[in-house]
Design a protein around this ligand. Structure first.
Ligand code: NAP
Length: 482
């Protein structure tokens, strides 16, 4: 594959330093291509281009920009198979998942925000003999920083509303997954988006992300990634009074009540635990089960987990591919070892050496889905984000205890409750400290709804109007007749 380049001011260019990084396929260990190892000089070029393009892009109408989003959606749709195969190669996720989620959702993100723009209404408030007119203007040049687990899906979730509201962009994808961000830049280039409106700088977080956040002419930063990195981003951006959106980590609870129809939901619970090898911020990594059904639940769940087909990502029948890298695999394995040291029992899965994965390449970052039982709810393995195919099982005896257990970590991103009694589920959901709680479903998203975390899972909300508000400056003009 041709080397990936930065996209700055409408041109594909190498890093000024000429340095590069290797892009590796985590399922095979093979070298895919190289990407620029950019630094502050490339960031400065990108921010200068974005600022030069600001006034003209901001002067286009929202209808015009919504039309751009439709064209982008159409172009991405025509390349859906390429998006899916690049994403699968870059991340190690199964091709079927990449088609259903990454490729499809990237298209629908652009389409959704284009359509949603028609629902924006002028707001006016009359009081004290005056009329208040709420105005929206673009924020300016915005910095978008994204992780490796859902590369184009999460980038498009930010790019679409940022463009729609008239901002220009400097984006930095994870250096582990640069391929579909590059494809998006190619789409913009083919469509003739004005130079400087979208700029892409590849490289490492501290060398590219950090100078982006520090740059005085980047007016807003929208960041999705881990909580530890989010703290660094917040510490840098907050004293500069930048607009800041932080979508961070999670340690989500899946609560299974004693009246849940176990046999019809077990596949959903396996999916909620192990989609993308557990590398989705919304995956349920702690399963809290009512003590009266623990034995029956555990048997059915472990059977469902063992039926998952772990294998090469390019095969249609693969349910779970590789993890993102060998480094990440080592981190996940260290948590499994920790879980055992903390008194847990591995019911299925476990370390690499105990986990034969037939037909998978020797250098791939594969791990069988792992279930650990018997840990206390405050064990490190049960409270820290592992972000891999590992779930812990715990029991409770009352609704209050389940809620207290669900709320007992520093995170508050998502959760799910499984019950035949929806009213009981809703009463419990209201007390769970999470940005979203699903009842009898998981990953069921209406893009108009607010999305984001409480506690250490983030600050702010994305989705629908929340995204449009983040990427706008809202001001008020108060008029009284003379
Ligand atoms: P990460 O290590 O925090 O990295 C996220 C992004 O930040 C990457 O592009 C990274 O670049 C960059 N970065 C690193 N240091 C930076 C700095 N000092 N300044 C600015 N940017 C910097 O997270 P990850 O490992 O890629 O992704 C996994 C995490 O993302 C998990 O914690 C997961 O829960 C979270 N996540 C949250 C959501 C959500 O919606 N809440 C969604 C998806 C994922 P490099 O890759 O070069 O280090």
């Amino acid at each position: 594959m041709e080397p990936v380049l930065n996209y700055i001011n409408g041109s594909f260019v190498p890093a000024r330093s000429g340095r590069t990084l290797d892009n590796i396929n985590p399922a095979t260990g093979e070298h895919i291509t190289s990407i620029p190892r950019s630094d502050i000089h490339d960031v400065n070029d990108a921010v200068a281009a974005a600022n030069a393009a600001r006034a003209k892009w901001a002067s286009t109408s929202i209808e015009e920009r919504a039309t751009w989003l439709q064209q982008i959606a159409k172009a991405l749709e025509s390349k859906a198979e390429t998006v899916a195969s690049l994403e699968s190669m870059d991340t190690g996720k199964p091709i079927g998942l990449a088609r259903r989620v990454d490729a499809a959702r990237s298209v629908s993100n652009f389409r959704f925000f284009s359509d949603h723009s028609t629902e924006l209404e002028d707001q006016t408030f009359v009081s004290n003999n005056a009329v208040n007119h709420v105005q929206r203007s673009p924020v300016g040049c915005v910095g978008l920083i994204t992780p490796w687990n859902l590369p184009l899906y999460l980038l498009s979730w930010k790019v679409a509303p940022a463009l729609l509201m008239g901002n220009t962009i400097v984006a930095k994808p994870s250096e582990l997954t640069p391929l579909t961000a590059n494809l998006l830049a190619e789409v913009f280039d083919e469509l003739g988006l004005p130079p400087g409106v979208f700029n892409l700088v590849h490289g490492l977080g501290p060398e590219v992300g950090q100078p982006m956040v520090e740059h005085s002419e980047v007016q807003a930063v929208s960041f999705t990634g881990g909580t530890a990195t989010g703290k660094v981003v917040a510490a840098t951006a907050a004293p500069m009074f930048k607009k800041l959106s932080l979508e961070l980590g999670g340690k989500n609870a899946t609560i299974v009540l004693e009246d849940a129809p176990l046999h019809s939901i077990v596949d959903d619970l396996v999916r909620a635990s192990f989609t993308n090898a557990g590398q989705v911020c919304l995956c349920g990594s702690r399963i809290l089960v009512h003590e009266s059904i623990k034995t029956e639940f555990t048997e059915a769940f472990v059977r469902g987990v063992e039926a998952l087909n772990v294998g090469p990502p390019h095969l249609e029948e693969t349910d779970m591919g590789s993890l993102i890298s060998l480094d990440h695999l080592s981190k996940v394995e260290s948590y499994i070892r920790l879980g055992v040291e903390e008194g847990g029992t591995v019911l299925t899965g476990g370390l690499r050496s105990n986990a034969p994965v037939d037909g998978t390449p020797a250098n791939g970052a594969f791990l069988r889905p792992t279930v650990i039982d018997g840990l206390s709810t405050n064990a490190r393995c049960a409270t820290e984000e592992i972000f891999g195919p590992v779930v812990t099982l715990h029991t409770f005896s009352s609704d209050d205890e389940a809620i207290a257990m669900a709320n007992s970590t520093e995170y508050g991103l998502a959760g799910s409750i499984w019950t035949a009694d929806v009213e009981r589920g809703k009463r419990m959901a209201e007390q769970v400290e999470s940005g979203i709680v699903w009842i009898n479903t998981w990953l069921n998203r209406d893009l108009r709804t607010p999305f984001g975390g409480m506690k250490q899972s983030g600050v702010g909300r994305e989705g629908g109007d929340w995204s449009l508000n983040f990427f706008s400056e809202l001001t008020n003009i108060c008029v009284q007749q003379p």
